[in-house]
Design a protein around this ligand. Structure first.
Ligand SMILES: Nc1ncnc2c1ncn2[C@@H]1O[C@H](COP(=O)(O)OP(=O)(O)O)[C@@H](O)[C@H]1O
Ligand SMILES: [Mg+2]
Length: 381
């Protein structure tokens, strides 16, 4: 029944990835932009140790208090011997209508918190467990993309088990003399290396193994244009105009340093005007990938375009940066959807997805012993 009750949104942010602070900023901007006539908003921050702080403590951080001070106040109140301690704060809110995770990377984009929402039987914004997990794992993503016929770079998977066979000679013969080495389940360019010789390859792999047991080694796109696009919606997603990220010529690629430490040399072009054919191709590839990977709600999809103008889908981001200067909302802004309208739509898509799933039957017939199959034992006498 339709009532005029406000929608109670639980905004979750923080987390134990290198994007903890970006997540705080994204959540703060989202909170400020949410129409308080329409929404009651509760705040939950995951500390860097993965413990959820409740509304009041999280609000203090939004109000400008030092995170470390708030955490120091709260930790003594938490019963660390309780295995549910990391999520006990959720008891504070019984009547949440929808969870809104704004956690980039680990826990947020890999399907983990989505599993929690599913156990709690609550709606949430964005992609479900499977789509999040698959889209976060660069190897699984590429398998689905290739099966769906979406162009992506050639690669090999290196694990502790096969690494002795994956020599530089073999890799460079198959993938060329410049490769990118990436942990399969990371983000923020953490553990990513460009290698042009055996030493760099071996060193890059050694470092990447600190972050995952599955490492991708990819053919490099020389001097790529980095193009991004925002997708919004569920079964019939829409695509925004394109944006470009230009890293300084002196930098080898869009690495942790120029992404987070000092982004002053990076230029974001919004929208970027590319030849019509290329724009259409990127848009179609992004929409096809979104559906193939089963993404819902929102995703920013990144591309690398080579010097011949051929686009390769690089990676999807199911919970992209969402500060008011982040590319995801800004690409919508230049495409005619304002920041706060975007939040409204993302929430509506989350509620719609929950409604849709609630029609799926999970009940089953109670089984008696008569349904058990007969066993035949062929034992040697
Ligand atoms: N195959 C490639 N060829 C050229 N540059 C690449 C390639 N793969 C990654 N890069 C560079 O590394 C950056 C980070 O890689 P990406 O796969 O997007 O990882 P992350 O999930 O950490 O953002 C890209 O934005 C790009 O600058
Ligand atoms: Mg990236």
């Amino acid at each position: 029944m339709q009532t005029n009750r406000k929608i109670h949104v639980a905004l979750l942010f923080g987390g134990n990835s290198s994007e903890h602070d970006v997540s705080k900023r994204s959540a703060h901007n989202i909170y400020d932009a949410m129409d308080k006539q329409k929404y009651d908003v509760s705040l939950f921050m995951f500390t860097k140790d993965g413990v959820l702080l409740g509304d009041q403590a999280s609000k203090r951080i939004f109000d400008g208090e030092e995170e470390d001070d708030v955490v120091a106040d709260e930790y003594p109140k938490i019963d660390v011997h309780n295995p549910l301690a990391p999520i006990l704060a959720l008891q504070e809110v019984q009547d949440i209508d929808i969870f809104y995770p704004v956690i980039h990377g680990n826990l947020g984009e890999d399907g983990t918190v989505q599993g929690l929402f599913k156990l709690l039987k609550k709606p949430y914004i964005g992609s479900n467990v499977l789509a999040s997990a698959v889209s976060f794992d660069k190897d699984m993503t590429k398998r689905i993309l290739s099966q769906a016929g979406v162009r992506n770079t050639k690669y090999a998977v290196v694990t502790p088990e096969n690494k002795d066979a994956m020599t530089w000679t073999k890799i460079s013969q198959e993938l060329g003399n410049t490769v990118f080495i990436k942990p399969a389940n990371q983000g923020s360019s953490v553990g990513i290396h460009r290698a042009v010789n055996e030493q760099e390859y071996v060193d890059g792999l050694t470092d990447a193994f600190n972050y995952d047991f599955k490492i991708l080694v990819e053919e490099a796109i020389a001097g790529p244009k980095e193009i991004e696009i925002s997708i919004l919606g569920n079964e019939k997603p829409r695509a925004s105009k394109l944006g470009a990220v230009r890293v300084p010529d002196s930098d080898e690629f869009y690495d942790y340093q120029n992404k987070f430490v000092d982004a002053s040399g990076v230029v974001f072009e919004l929208p970027v005007i590319l030849p019509e054919k290329l724009t259409n191709e990127i848009t179609q590839m992004a929409l096809k990938a979104y559906v193939a990977l089963g993404m819902k709600g929102l995703s920013r999809i990144d591309f690398l375009v080579d010097q011949n103008g051929v686009p390769y889908l690089s990676e999807p981001n199911t919970l992209p940066g969402f500060t008011n200067i982040s590319l995801y909302p800004q690409m919508w802004e230049v495409s005619g959807i304002s920041y706060s309208e975007l939040i409204d739509q993302i929430i509506q898509y989350g509620l719609a997805e929950y409604q849709r799933n609630s029609k799926i039957k999970y009940d089953f017939e109670e089984l008696g012993t008569e349904h058990v199959g007969k066993k035949e034992y062929n034992l040697d006498e």
